[in-house]
Design a protein around this ligand. Sequence first.
Ligand code: DLZ
Length: 502
Amino acid sequence: MKRIVLVLGDQLTPALSSLRAADRENDVVLMAEVIAEATYVRHHKKKIVLILAAMRHFAAELRMSGWRVDYVTLSDPANSGSLHGEVMRAFVRHGATHVLATEPGEWRLMREMAQWPSVTLLPDDRFLADRHGFASWAENRRGLRMEHFYRLMRLKTGLLMEGDQPAGGRWNFDRDNRNPAPGALALPEPLRFESDAITRDVLEMVATRFPDHFGELNPFWFAVTRAGAEAAFAHFLRHGLRDFGRYQDAMLRGNRFLCHSVVSVYLNLGLLDPLTMCRAVEVEWRAGRVPLNSAEGFIRQVIGWREFVRGIYWWCGPEYALSNALGAHRPLPAFYWSADTHMTCVRACVSQTREEAYAHHIQRLMVTGNFALLAGIDPHALHEWYLAVYADAFEWVELPNTIGMSQFADGGLLASKPYAASGAYIHRMSDYCEACTYDVKAKEGPKACPFNLLYWHFVARHVDRLRGNPRMVQMVRTWEGFAPEKQARLTRDAERFLASLG
Ligand code: DLZ
């Protein structure tokens, strides 16, 4: 029986389970650029280029290693526009009757593909924790905390372990990783790549076909090959990792990336392998070239957080996307697209997102995410925004980060407290406030930083829920200790600001 082996745009890994199970002599690999995948949310132009250019390069890599690859471009006049349509057309072209694929990274496609006639879906084993293993771990626990799961992953991999004890005597060095960046520090930049003819073709096609999608196309500097991704990671190991830990939460107007590796963009496409990366990071620490807090901080993101949120995504089911525990219904403000706001932090993060299709985790969590949480923005609208605008965003990783961590919309399943902060946090961790129309020190009145006003509005809106949270109860007491006149003034100023959002 001849089979079609469908490889998706974020499955660019030669050791993918479907390729391992396929027969190089008889089966045909199908890769298809389809409009449905570019528009189910309107992805950032750079993200579309990244994925399609990486798919074209991966097809070449597979052909070089002996696979027969049928590649359908978006501009093929016969392109049906959907993955299902392309599989059906490929059946006819190749006389095939069965499709073999690795499970996709989204409930939307998982449910669709499971309905296809004659399909075999194999587990995506590019992760440390399989879905069912995570489910049995989760089912037996009262609360799901990343830290517990992370320790299991450390034990499972042996990463940063001395026997059965964590290296350095602690599992987590996060408290060493919260330094603001000193302004004059010379920080490394991520490695940038020139586009080759294949990528230039994709750039031209995306410019023509997706002119209305968010984001700037140029300069396009992401790697689109495995070799490029590996070079970008090696560059980070040499230049960024050492200070990655202590400055990972910092934000600077003049430096968008600080010591961040930006390799999530490649990792989530399958161009890098998570365990290989973590082992290389451990080697740097064992060789004395980087401190433990940096190595541990990086490894925790990859084998801890990334795996944990994926486990949550599949365990919670498709309804998780509709969670809205805080009853937030405000539409997404227009400045999430235009960057047209006087809040320098939000303007900087949105402009950077428009230009780079990338912002680091604190920019996402504590600026755009925090603002949405405080202002009561509909979490589903925010989820669609994050999924569309970031080059590394696929639903399995983006959705739990948005719904659970950033918006507390799952009521505390994933995070132990809402990540709500006033302007003081942004001021401490960045230089944004120095250049802002608003005054971060002002707590009320027309000049007051909106994060300050909205913080108390948020606490007041959710007093009953927050009172039951040991990590938030102090804030409730502070709010309740304010004189009624002060509460009334704060509420009035916050509501005036919210009304201005339209
Ligand atoms: C995101 C994306 C885009 C923009 N385009 C394609 C495509 O043309 N063909 C394809 O196979 N995959 C694409 N993808 C990635 C899929 O949407 C992705 O596999 C699912 O979101 C599951 O993670």
